[in-house]
Design a protein around this ligand. Sequence first.
Ligand code: CAO
Length: 552
Amino acid sequence: MLQDILIPEIGDAEDVEVIEVLVAVGDEVRVDEGLIVVESDKASMEVPSPRAGRIESIAVVLGDLVEEGQLIVRLEASEGSDAAGAKGASDAREAKVVPETPSEASPEEPSAPDEVDRFEVRVPDIGDAEGVEVIEVAVAAGDEVAVDDLLVVVESDKASMEIPSPVAGRVVEVPIETGSGVAEGTLLVVVETAGRVSDSAARSAAGSDMDAEAPSETNPDTNSEANSETNSETKRQQPTSPPLPETTAAPDTRANTSVYAGPAVRRLARQLGVDLAQVSGSGSNGRVLKDDVHGFVKKRLTGGGGAAGIPRIPEIDFSRFGEVERAKLSRIRARGAENLRRSWLNVPHVTQHDEADVTELEAFRTSLKPESEARSVKLTPLAFIMRAVVHALKEFPTFNASLAEDARAMVIKRYYHLGFAVDTDEGLVVPVVRNADQLGVFELAQRIAELSERARDGKLTIEDLSGGSFSISSLGRIGGTGFTPIVNAPEVAILGVSRLAMKPRWNGEIFEPRSMLPLSLSYDHRAINGAEAGRFMVRLCRLLEDIRQVLL
Ligand code: CAO
């Protein structure tokens, strides 16, 4: 049966605009699933579907000014889907209103500026979520907050929830910190308000919204009335208060629904016209924070780099073509992917390939076998490569550097901390051998072995992973004749090592069998020009061909 869903009662609001369209033709929607978000000068309102079914047509587009009773969508309602009680189209007016600023929304509310109230903000009803942790604390004691300002973000294994301030006032207590485990009712923040807290303000105390991974499963019932205690000395956010709905998507809603960000951040992004998909999240698990949005805008305004205008790769439902399996990326892999993307988009890469004749070096390495066994160290070519790289870096300091001030200055490092890529089950990590210039090959081999073992056991510390000045990615054990490693920005160069192979080499008279080691140097072309890179590679190859030069 076809059903028309209309704009619900919107009070005396004027210039109500469609700011988000949350569905597309053909979508299956559930009862209470958002269809569109409209916004007036006073409030934003998500219009939910009163019936489950399939969207047949959509009668509004972004930016439309709409009024009560206007057609939103036509729905092919599913049999028996009328969970809202066999309501017709006009009953779509169960839409929920979130006042942007309760004081504006109810200007007639009297205030009592002389009365100071303490308002305790606690973790609201979080369903059956377990292992809930504070992942962001956005305020500190002494901060002034406005209604709806973000206070705290909590996260369970299923979803995250932003907890905004229900009142305007001054933060006087923050008894939790990032990483604190919390449960329903845990005290998060105490806000002191001057004046009486209005009903609507108290109601918006619970105006948080689960988002991200499982919004539909974790959103509490948004239709219930919220509790508030407006008259007591100390007002406490009822743990059972169900959150009111909020806008849960940015302007390009269909493209951005996979972005990991909460409603307040999404609203900010919408206000600033920022496409959240382009913002790198610095929060836990890559969550986009308000600061990230501000930083993004600032960078744009100052002409800083970024992935402006890069078209998104469309998300495709591959199950339309055959059986698929979905595997979540590990945290390491997801973070690595973000770092690689950032480097790839910001750094103009060039890769230079060459081969080093390491016949003598291999003979030397083999001759050291008894000693390495006595020291219980596995002496692989990597330790010698590190030794030669450090020597080359000293001769070519621009390779041991970072760009600064938007590529207008170069920071040359006088330390030699070499990162090396380690392939682990959880993904790629790059631990750092500190002060590699002060270590001999056995010590380097020892450090490589220790760090790669800890990497594979997931026991690396932040210290182990930070401070690198140049990186090496060795695929020697695995194979291949060359590849283009991605610069580990803000470093400016990375050396890729492939598998050494016996090859015929012309010595002027005859072809000789020689052990040839393929090397691939990727560099940031803003920092290093092609001639410099060519000279660096030639020098590195000469050093590997005659490792004794490292002693000079
Ligand atoms: N050519 C031929 N054989 C090589 C070689 C090369 N270039 N480099 C190492 N080998 C040999 C070693 O000599 C050793 O042989 P033996 O067991 O016979 O002595 C064997 O390969 C295993 O070496 P290894 O991998 O255990 O040790 P390593 O020091 O060469 O490398 C590490 C250590 C951690 C870098 C490596 O194990 C690793 O994880 N590499 C993957 C890095 C990666 O994924 N890079 C891609 C990143 S994308 O840019």
